[in-house]
Design a protein. Sequence first.
Length: 362
Amino acid sequence: MNPRRWLIAAAAGLLGVTQALAQNQHFSDWPAGTDPREIGKRVAEAFVPVPDMEMPSHGHKALHYSHVATWTGALQFAQLTRDEDLRKRLVDRFDRYLPANAAGVPRTNHVDAAVFGALPLELYVQERLFRYRLMGLTFADAQWDLPLADGLSSQTRWWIDDMYMITALQLAAYRATGDAKYLERAASSMVAYLKKLQQPTGLFFHAPDVPFYWGRGDGWVAVGMADLLRDLPEKHPSRKAVMDSYRRMMAALLSHQAENGMWRQLIDRPESWEETSSTAMFTYAFVTGVKSGWLPEDSYGPAARKAWIALTGYLTPEGLLREVCVGTGKRNDIQHYLNRPRVTGDTHGQAPMLWSATALLK
């Protein structure tokens, strides 16, 4: 190689290493009991014996979306950490959903039910068995049966939760197939939701008629945007709009983070309680942004580290997260949000702990 070219290449490589180190300086040297590999393993192992949680769905019980999110997160963590024993147990557990008449498989046209398809698609990415692909794509394609006049899914309901539910399924289909139509569905839906729901503050109301910044609801948005940005090409026509909205939201979240690293049940209400599932989701969005170079490391790195360490203090020895808000539908009543029960080990909280652990280890 030409010596000059060799020097340029070496300098570029050194710069890349330097940037990588800068992006990770806050994501190493963990205090005892907070290492993401250790925490993720505890949370994943805690999930394995938990009975499958199902939700009523038009007279039929289907696997709950938060259970799907936790299962998928555990699979991704096991793959990243090369824990083949854990991964095999998670794969084998899905066998009972494969028969055509299997109980627990959603049979209704609803966004919360449809996200089930992301689980077999993750299994396909890891196992490359056609039965998983076929099952997952059935849900991804059904989500766009009879689309609305504007091209959006008929499952569109304008709740901020959907910005994760729709994105998770369509991105899983894109990652499994490489077919750009799935990426376009996710991107067009995200942009439409952003235009309709993001407020001047940068945060999101639970729905157009519910003017409250509910923590986990905004958490679904933060995760959905971060995941979409991981796959959107730099020159994609929707990327700038999504990135701008993501950065506005991250800046707003940074300004509302409590001194101890946590976020609250209602993000902008200091009288509301510190809630863990939303904090774990925001942690994931911060870590992903820092490691991807979308957010400045000097401000978001310390915030993400503080949030992660705070979260580990809410974890039981068995790997169950405390102070998780229960499942919450929209209601134009502030007390509805402030008075929601808090539980331990709910998969709404277990899932983002696994996502965050995996993001920190990447």
